[in-house]
Design a protein around this ligand. Sequence first.
Ligand SMILES: *Cc1c(COP(=O)(O)O)cnc(C)c1O
Length: 368
Amino acid sequence: MTAGARLTIDLAALAANYRLIQGRVSPSIVGGVVKADGYGLGAVQVARTLIREGCRHLFVALQSEAEALIAHVDNVPVYILNGLLPGGEAACAALGAIPVLNSLDQIKRWTAQAAVLDRQLPAVLQVDTGMSRMGLPSDELASLLAEPAMLGRLDLRFLISHLACGDEPADPANAAQEAAFRRIAARFPGMALALDNSGGAFQARSRFDLVRAGIALYGGAPGTGPNPMQAVVSLEARIAQLRTIPAGAGVGYGLTFQTARETRIATIPVGYADGWPRCLGNKGAAYIAGMRVPVAGRVSMDSITLDVTDIPDEHLYPGALVELLGPHQGIDKVAADAGTISYEILTQLSRRYERVYLPVAAQRSEAA
Ligand SMILES: *Cc1c(COP(=O)(O)O)cnc(C)c1O
């Protein structure tokens, strides 16, 4: 390994997570959210794995992401959650991606494109039910309902909205958004509906026609309780260098770690440029042979220093493996230590890591 660390992406665990969510929400179906390059894990590999499990709806955030993905997904529809940016209409139609229309302006521009092409264009309509981020606000929705012919040239596939507090099942905002969504949906009889993300999929209530699952597929906890998902990523660095320093020495930038005893320091070649949060200086940890080793000093751009004084010698040598993400600390733990969420840990994972994809077993036997 010449990279600083190896990122292992377990596609069998991803597939198992898809099946677990599908089993839970059935008869609703599960669409895969693969924005931000599949939450940092590789949109093409993730999408192809989900398609093998039966997934027939894929969501990205940006048209550029749809452009990179669509040739690899065998005609499975790719929806663009962030909507139709001005100037992208002709390219979006030519690509065959399906925009989520979030405003009257977007509806008008997509309709104009349909007129130019003299055919219906597929679309998803998003309404805001309380998050105030994307989707038609209530005044624009009222205008649309007053003039339904505005949708005449569009082939609407879904009416969707998005939960602000899906990961907090007890929050009354969930029920309020669900009620608002039902009221709006009543004005679009027969339309397929989708409200829930991963968090919503694990709430105790009905789920409409489609669930848009992201983080739970990738092993992140979908809510506040115990996490039922399998871990998908593991990250292992190798010790680059070892040293023993006396009591009273400083470690790293700013010398913010001061040794209280003779201390053994292992340096690993992963830093904040690899997406390991800099705020984990003197705070986070790694694991060597299952034993916790605290970060000593600041996280540098390309390296981290670990206090390995309590680790038996046999585990300490250049090249020895250090677990950064794995069975002893997963993405939710590292995120909690860093004061963030697993989504951010995943989407910041470095392009510098060596990447290894563990295949789904069935894929191997199919290929054989
Ligand atoms: C990102 C996103 C999702 C997926 O959310 P998770 O919490 O990762 O499951 C679903 N819907 C929309 C509109 C999103 O932006």
